[in-house]
Design a protein around this ligand. Structure first.
Ligand SMILES: Cc1cc2nc3c(=O)[nH]c(=O)nc-3n(C[C@H](O)[C@H](O)[C@H](O)COP(=O)(O)O)c2cc1C
Length: 465
């Protein structure tokens, strides 16, 4: 069989993911592997029609398409995203139809699930049949146990393809929205009281998103910076070179870093506005997110408020919803609202935008940023263990930040608690005490809170006023 490998890494043959593909190729000598370095050659694919046509002709010959890519910012790299857009823009989707497809990624398992779901959704949109996903941690291949798992995956997807295994579509097609949003008269505006607002967007002139951006800017009283992604001087996608790891210095010297430092970093309220393209926002947005990797694994937007405006069928894309909410929360910011144009009247959209603007300003003034939920919470622990346990000699900037911000908060450091637990566990080995504790477990669990209720200064201050 012919396996067409669509490689998403901008590092081409030197990519970690490619080592997994090469291993698979060695383990499956009866099959032919053709590798296309999409991530590395995206500019040529976009600008040289012969290169594009040759690739499409080769894909026509493939029995199985294997997406092989690193996970970048909870998805695939912007370069691979752009390729997927080109397939649709150039009407090349029919070459993929009825083929089997599978995905293999390497990552640190931070939202790798969303990247695989995205590739499966895209493949199903192209009429392909999904054979399976394999998500490896970067260094898994070093261990025999994982090598065997990879070979089993290879055998399985090849078997799916040769026996024409029936598969069920998992992600339904995304319905097109048609909104006729016309912003109403200027309503109440909210005084930002000196807080800085930036709106960054990729709206086409005259589009619904463009109108939503204008409405949002008009909802704030005070200066608001509005910028199109085309204007920020971003010359290309993240190259995955990791040269930024030591000191947050990106290899690019384009306008992106300047823009980040001048507008994103000092902003209090950030509005991201994007149009859905396939099952995500545009590849331009993806490039913007990928490029922020120069700041490493630290929370990049602590204590900021975010509003996200989306044109398109977001309700049909739970993966994109999770992606956007997690992206904001993991950055340490608070998500005021995601506002779409789906199924709403112009008045509804106006009201939502106005209310989000008010809420964002209010939250910034009160400092409201509730405890993180699972994605941000688990993400922080994952990065903490990763940087401390493995990456810190390279990711020195992260290491400095984690140390200076008390983020190396391993439970092993809680010596008092550890001593208490040791004593408690000894006591609980005594049957009589264990019986007593068992019978009063519920009381024990809430007992410690009693001190919060007695003479609480915060409650006193509120009720006295
Ligand atoms: C820009 C950038 C973004 C990344 N984002 C993620 C991520 O969201 N989740 C994750 O688990 N790993 C992430 N990583 C780590 C890569 O997925 C990982 O290093 C991968 O093995 C690189 O593969 P490659 O050498 O084939 O490009 C990111 C790396 C870079 C450079």
């Amino acid at each position: 069989m012919k396996i067409g490998v669509l490689s998403g890494s901008p590092k081409g043959e030197k990519s970690v993911t490619m080592q997994y593909v090469r291993f698979l190729e060695m383990a499956e000598p009866k099959h032919e592997f053709f590798v296309y370095h999409i991530g590395q050659t995206i500019n040529r694919l976009e600008n040289d029609r012969d290169v594009w046509d040759a690739l499409i002709a080769d894909i026509r010959e493939a029995d199985l398409i294997l997406w092989a890519t690193p996970v970048y910012f909870l998805l695939v790299p912007a370069q691979l995203k752009r390729f997927i857009e080109l397939v649709s823009e150039r009407g090349a989707g029919e070459v993929f139809k009825d083929r089997y497809a599978a995905s293999i990624t390497t990552s640190v398992h931070f939202f790798d699930n969303l990247a695989h779901d995205y590739l499966q959704g895209i493949s199903e949109d192209l009429g392909m049949r999904w054979a399976g996903s394999f998500s490896a941690e970067m260094s898994d291949l070093m261990e025999e146990r994982n090598q065997k798992q990879l070979i089993a995956f290879g055998d399985d997807i090849l078997a799916a393809c040769s026996e024409k295994r029936p598969v069920e579509r998992r992600f339904l097609p995304v319905p097109q929205t048609k909104s006729q949003y016309q912003p109403g008269q200027k309503q109440d505006t909210v005084d930002t009281k000196g807080k800085r607002v930036i709106i960054l967007h990729d709206a086409d002139p005259g589009s619904t998103l463009s109108a939503m951006v204008t409405k949002t800017a008009d909802s704030f009283q005070g200066p608001v910076t509005v910028a199109h992604l085309n204007e920020i001087g971003m010359k290309g996608g993240c190259l995955g070179c990791i040269r930024c790891a030591f000191d947050n210095q990106c290899i690019y010297t384009d306008g992106y870093i300047r823009f980040w430092e001048e507008y994103i970093q000092p902003a209090d309220i950030i509005v991201y506005a994007g149009t859905i393209v396939d099952r995500y926002l545009s590849s331009q947005w993806k490039q913007f997110f990928d490029r922020s990797f120069f700041l490493g694994h630290i929370p990049k937007c602590t204590n900021k408020e975010f509003i996200v405006l989306v044109q398109g069928s977001l309700s049909a894309l739970p993966g994109l919803q999770e992606n956007l909410t997690s992206l904001v929360c993991v950055s340490g910011a608070h998500l005021t609202a995601i506002i779409t144009d789906e199924g709403k009247t112009s008045d509804d959209i106006d009201a939502l935008i106005n209310s989000a603007a008010k809420q964002a300003v209010n939250n910034i003034h009160t400092g409201y940023n509730p405890p993180p939920m699972f994605p941000a919470f688990a993400g922080r622990l994952l990065f903490r263990d990763l940087i401390w346990g493995e990456l810190w000699p390279i990711f020195q900037a992260d290491h400095r930040y984690f140390r200076s911000h008390g983020l190396y908060d391993f439970p092993q450091n809680h010596y008092k608690k550890r001593l208490e637990n040791r004593i408690l566990s000894l006591l609980l080995s005594i049957p009589k005490i264990r019986k007593q504790v068992r019978s009063s477990m519920q009381n024990q669990m809430v007992q410690g809170f009693s001190k919060v209720f007695v003479n609480n200064p915060i409650i006193r201050e509120r009720t006295d006023n």
